[in-house]
Design a protein around this ligand. Sequence first.
Ligand SMILES: NC(=O)c1ccc[n+]([C@@H]2O[C@H](COP(=O)([O-])OP(=O)(O)OC[C@H]3O[C@@H](n4cnc5c(N)ncnc54)[C@H](O)[C@@H]3O)[C@@H](O)[C@H]2O)c1
Length: 327
Amino acid sequence: MKSAIVGTGTIAPVHLKAIIEAGGEIVALCDIECKKAEKLKKEFNLQSRIYPDYLEMLDHEEIDVVHVCTPHYLHAQMSIVALKRNINVLTEKPLCISLEELENIKEAQKSSKAILGICLQNRYLPANLLAYELLKEEKIVSVKGKVLWSRGEAYYRDAPWRGKWATSGGGAMINQAIHSLDLILWFCGMPVKIKGNIANNNLQDIIEVETKAEFKMFGTYTAEFFASNENSNNNPIELEIISNNYLIKIVGRDIYVNNCFQNLPNLGQLRGKDYWGAGHQSLIKDFYDSVLHQKPFSIGIEEAKKALIVIWALYKSMDKEIIIDKE
Ligand SMILES: NC(=O)c1ccc[n+]([C@@H]2O[C@H](COP(=O)([O-])OP(=O)(O)OC[C@H]3O[C@@H](n4cnc5c(N)ncnc54)[C@H](O)[C@@H]3O)[C@@H](O)[C@H]2O)c1
């Protein structure tokens, strides 16, 4: 499989290692700052060609899979271009930052032979796979989610796109807590209504987007969710799900079912930061398997849009109840 990575910043090495493990050959790296791509090439002793422009890269290379690891506002346009050329594309979360972009991606997917996958890698962690299996046939009663992470001034100064609505599409929710919200919606289904608020308490002079979010969701179950980037450290995420038969607690990689700790398969050396959820390796291997055997990938547009629709409703809420439009 011939692979390429667009955007060779913080997350790129995690993709790079996982591609190599999945048997991919990294034929090209692309970054508007070529120096970053050069550094990665040298560090991993690659033979890849380097491009400052992704269109030029796609014009010159035969690529089976392109990995989109760029700022959020570029995901839609880069994924659409790849789909139109029938190149399989694995994009980092979020799939896109607006409803209009979402519709455009859906259109491009309809007429493409290529597979589009989205990196919501926490779905591949053993604790979360177990929770999904246990909850499949359950009636969900209530859910709690808590994400206490730390993103200070340096995180935003290092990459200013992260702090702006136009380039990031939001803050703590769309960039960090999206993974935990995605798990809740995967386990429990979509809510009908949401009510909550977002705030920026500590970085008002530095970023536009939220550093904190708090909300409730209502439907066939009720949920409470709290996310903050204002914490002094990165805690493991906490989820609690009550169903007719189970009380499930997930703390980082661990899971307790009806108060009993569950022994999980040892995944060996995991890449990425533990609190992000280190499932990139498993997700990328599964994506490559889908491409190789031309079978659907588990996290496509329909799955990736769930958390986005809830987040966009939250951003409108400002403490008012908002009906969630699932289409
Ligand atoms: N799944 C996860 O757990 C996880 C963790 C971290 C980051 N991410 C995601 O990865 C993506 C990148 O985040 P990051 O922290 O690595 O950002 P970053 O700013 O460190 O890296 C982005 C890179 O893209 C390059 N770039 C910008 N515009 C470009 C263009 N037009 N063409 C080519 N390259 C361009 C930048 O020069 C930079 O090197 C984001 O979507 C982020 O949400 C996901």
